[in-house]
Design a protein around this ligand. Structure first.
Ligand SMILES: Nc1ncnc2c1ncn2[C@@H]1O[C@H](COP(=O)(O)OP(=O)(O)O[C@H]2O[C@H](CO)[C@@H](O)[C@H](O)[C@H]2O)[C@@H](O)[C@H]1O
Length: 472
């Protein structure tokens, strides 16, 4: 089978979050399973672009409403990612450094999707499946099926994976001219609540829809930012498949970002060295448990609860632990986290921004990773932390519920709580502080977590079954 992934992110080319990790790994493991998987994404101006060799494979001329533009498709020459990688260049729209966050994101991603379909239409051969990810590429199933100019390729099957249903790419009907002329009888497929809703259109039009964990699929039926009824209606074609992690990238024995690498045989010494490095760098106290947070500082991740939970812990549990936060997002959350810094007695620090290398050192050097998410479609951080022997402290939701068992339960290894509230987080922090001093239990938990299998092999088989079902 040949599968073309269309995505806004792909690690290490461009990554803003977990979507990049998944699209950087899944195709590689599909190829290893004997299929042909390729990725096409926008040609942002990132380091990866300048560091590698490319061939031009296609040049096209097309339009977004009244605006006509040229686009170029290039392919990475040496297959260094383990799959064919194509980038689409559209001057004026995609030639930016960041993935998202521009006022014209709707134009950027709609033009990207049109360019991709124009290219596929003119390609010498067609893939069996076009696999799109999140709302940035979710108009493709509609356009492929109903825009007149893609009639010759309308038979290609489509799969949509939802990594995050909070963001849906809403467009006003005044922007409908962006979509290449289509069968007007089908306008209802684009619509949801009086707007064009690309994610909803993708759910309606894709042959199969997947979410990134089984629990998240269930949750979407009663909590999906307005799409609840649609998920209930379309449940027959939806599948929940837990993400894997790229165990080649995320391996404490070989991780290039780590100065002190370690494996199962020297977990304690390895983690101690990494913790020492973090404590030196961020003026923290090595002897106290180190509890960290890595991620986008947004409501979904429960990041707004962190400042109060940290303050309450330091005030009420006592200064028996350290905190280190890495992330960026809502300015008010960033400011509230910065405001704790002057109160630190060598037990709190924060790095505002995105830092891939630091995240790896943190997974290795922390004792605990806090994830108080309100919504967590799958969550990769908890799986990375376990692979690095760091105990996850998660709210029971979505993929967190599917991957972490409380250490108080049979076979358990993590710390779990039910509510995204300051009280529950503080209680979990207290439990972590207590657990930290049970050295033998911690050693045994670390060993157990590092041996858990979160590799892609299992999930890849489930994707293959979904593709086969889509092809019929
Ligand atoms: N400031 C920072 N510096 C360095 N690295 C940072 C960082 N902030 C985040 N990261 C990294 O970005 C990734 C975040 O992945 P997640 O899966 O936790 O969340 P995200 O919400 O982006 O993904 C969505 O898609 C993924 C993939 O399907 C789902 O797992 C998830 O639940 C869903 O919300 C991790 O690799 C993390 O280390």
């Amino acid at each position: 089978m040949e599968i073309l992934h269309v995505s806004a992110e792909c690690y290490p080319v461009a990554k803003a979050g977990g979507l990049g990790d998944v699209v950087g790994a899944l195709p590689k493991y599909l190829n290893e399973a004997g299929h042909i998987a390729k990725v096409v994404m926008p040609m942002y101006r990132t380091k990866f672009l300048y560091a590698n060799q490319w061939d031009v494979v296609h040049k096209g001329y097309t339009n977004l409403g009244n605006w006509w533009f040229e686009f170029t498709v290039i392919r990475e020459r040496d297959n260094i990612l383990g799959f064919d990688l194509y980038l689409v260049d559209i001057n004026g729209l995609l030639d930016r450094e960041k993935v998202y966050g521009y006022a014209d994101d709707t134009e950027r991603f709609t033009a990207f999707q049109i360019a991709v379909l124009d290219w596929v239409k003119d390609w010498q051969h067609t893939p069996d499946i076009i696999h799109v990810h999140d709302h940035h590429t979710a108009l493709i199933p509609f356009m492929l099926r109903h825009s007149y100019k893609y009639r010759s390729i309308a038979g290609i099957r489509t799969v949509l994976t939802i990594h995050n249903a909070q963001y849906q790419g809403w467009m006003g009907w005044d922007q409908s001219i962006f979509i290449p002329p289509y069968d007007m009888w089908q306008w209802g497929l684009l619509e949801w609540n009086k707007n064009i809703n690309p994610l909803a259109a993708g759910i309606k039009c894709a042959d199969k829809v997947t979410t990134v964990s089984p629990s998240y699929l269930e949750e979407l039926k009663y909590m999906s930012n307005g799409l609840e009824a649609l998920f209930e209606y379309e449940k027959g074609k939806c599948y929940g498949i837990l993400n894997g992690i790229d165990v080649k990238v995320w391996d404490p024995e070989t991780d290039d970002y780590l100065v002190h690498r370690y494996g199962l045989s020297d977990i304690e010494a390895g983690k101690a060295k990494n913790k020492m490095q973090l404590c030196d760098q961020f003026s923290l106290d090595f002897d106290k448990p180190l509890i960290g947070f890595i991620g986008r500082l947004v409501g979904e991740k429960g990041a707004d609860l962190l400042p109060q939970a940290i303050r309450d812990s330091l005030n009420h549990i006592g200064r028996r632990m350290n905190f280190l936060v890495l992330g960026s997002g809502f300015p008010e959350v960033e400011a509230a986290l910065q405001a704790i810094k002057p109160l630190s007695q060598y037990d709190y620090n924060v790095y505002i921004g995105y830092h891939e290398g630091l995240s790896h050192t943190m997974y290795a050097g922390m004792d605990f990773l806090l994830m108080p998410s309100r919504v967590e479609p799958c969550g990769l951080n908890q799986m990375y932390s376990m692979r690095y022997g760091t105990v996850p402290m998660v709210r029971r939701t979505g993929g967190l519920k599917d991957t972490v068992i409380d250490y108080g339960d049979p076979g358990g290894y993590g710390i779990c709580y039910d509510n995204a509230s300051v009280g529950d987080i503080t209680q979990a922090i207290w439990r972590a502080t207590e657990l930290y001093h049970q050295k033998d239990t911690v050693k045994q938990i670390r060993k157990q977590m590092m041996q858990l299998d979160f590799s892609w092999e299992n999930s890849v088989q489930q994707y293959i079954e979904v593709y086969q079902a889509a092809i019929g």
